[in-house]
Design a protein around this ligand. Structure first.
Ligand SMILES: [Zn+2]
Length: 359
């Protein structure tokens, strides 16, 4: 029996200009997964679905991933901007050559940039573009696209309400892996560390497995480069990440290490528990033994803290919530006289407010 053609055609109407055109799709029975790469690239035997995921309107050159094609953003402005950039393009219908696939992704990236797509979408397009560029033997272009994907995913983590199709642990892990691919090993370890501490990591064993493997690889690559950076212990992070939110943890090596659980009764959010762990960031330069303190915050307090860390991220600085808390404690410690005369959270807050509004 003859093998059916894996490709078939469908008619599509462009949501931007109204032109009807033919798109090429792949029969699901023809898709054969061969392997999965650490940056989520799937290698297929035979026909590659990634080559046909971008649809391009032949009339206005609006291009987008199949899943997003029917919802163009900034449609009225976008059509005019695409017209002003119009040039001859290859035929995207039917079987695509690698240069045609690459051009389809470049047009999709152009659409995403012009239509101000979310950072998650832009990251996703650049990452796929990098795979195709690498497949085409254009290694310098592939490296450039990986770096663009890294930056957009980092911005996605810092600013987007909707991080796209990726879960929290997957996004943090992927940012780490893309940093590793860009030889940014210290940053890669920091992102892996964040991923390891994510409260949902235990629900994603495959990501956890990839994380451990790529973390080890990054340490080897750092050692090869003689990079003198303190790498936090994967075991220590995993231990903290697997600790119940309601459990008091101490990770200090100091024998008299103390620990405490501070709980506010106003709308407590167990998931919002922050675990201040020594060396959770490679940039932490603690001179004294570090001690761990688990606290619970209200949702409002937690959101504020996350927002502060996002400000730092937007400026390209890597900070974790525990680094923000440490900075505040240091500021209080260095500017305040010895604190006395408080017996409740409210009284202490009043003292701090008085001190900090008069200095
Ligand atoms: Zn069109």
């Amino acid at each position: 029996m003859a093998t059916p053609n894996p490709l078939f055609a469908q008619t599509k109407e462009c949501p931007l200009c109204g032109q009807s055109f033919s798109i090429t799709r792949i029969r699901s029975s023809a898709v054969r997964v061969q392997e999965r790469r650490p940056d989520f690239q799937v290698i297929y035997q035979g026909v590659n679905p990634v080559h046909y995921q971008v649809w391009v309107c032949p009339a206005c050159h609006y291009a987008n991933l199949d899943r997003d094609f029917d919802q163009p953003r900034r449609a009225s402005q976008l059509l005019g901007e695409l017209k002003s950039r119009y040039r001859e393009e290859p035929d995207f219908q039917g079987e695509r050559s690698l240069p045609t696939v690459l051009r389809a992704y470049q047009l999709a990236i152009q659409t995403a940039l012009l239509s101000e797509a979310s950072n998650g979408v832009k990251g996703s397009l650049f990452l796929r573009g990098a795979w195709v560029a690498e497949e085409s033997g254009q290694h310098a272009l592939a490296r450039h696209y990986v770096d663009q994907a890294r930056q957009f995913y980092e911005q996605s983590f810092a600013s987007d309400r909707d991080p796209g199709k990726l879960s929290g642990p997957s996004l943090l892990y992927l940012i780490g892996e893309l940093n590793r691919q860009c030889s940014r090993y210290t940053e890669a370890i920091q992102w892996f560390s964040r991923a390891a501490q994510h409260r949902d990591m235990r629900r994603e064993p495959e990501i956890d497995r990839l994380l451990r493997r790529q973390w080890d690889l990054t340490k080897e690559q750092m050692a090869d480069g003689n990079t003198k950076t303190t790498v936090p212990s994967k075991t220590a992070v995993s231990a903290v990440a697997s600790t119940s939110a309601s459990t008091v943890t101490t990770t200090s090596s100091s024998p008299d290490a103390t620990s405490a659980l501070l709980t506010s009764n106003r709308n407590p959010v167990p998931e919002a528990t922050l675990e201040a762990k020594p060396s959770s960031s490679a940039k932490v330069q603690a001179k004294e033994p570090s001690k761990s303190l688990t606290i619970k915050l209200t949702e409002e307090q937690y959101k504020w803290l996350v927002e502060v860390t996002r400000v730092a991220l937007r400026q390209g600085k890597m900070m974790t919530p525990d680094a923000v808390i440490r900075a505040m404690i240091d500021a209080a410690n260095e500017t305040s006289p010895p604190l006395t005369g408080f017996d409740s959270e409210q009284t202490l807050k009043t003292i701090f407010t008085r001190l900090w509004t008069h200095c």
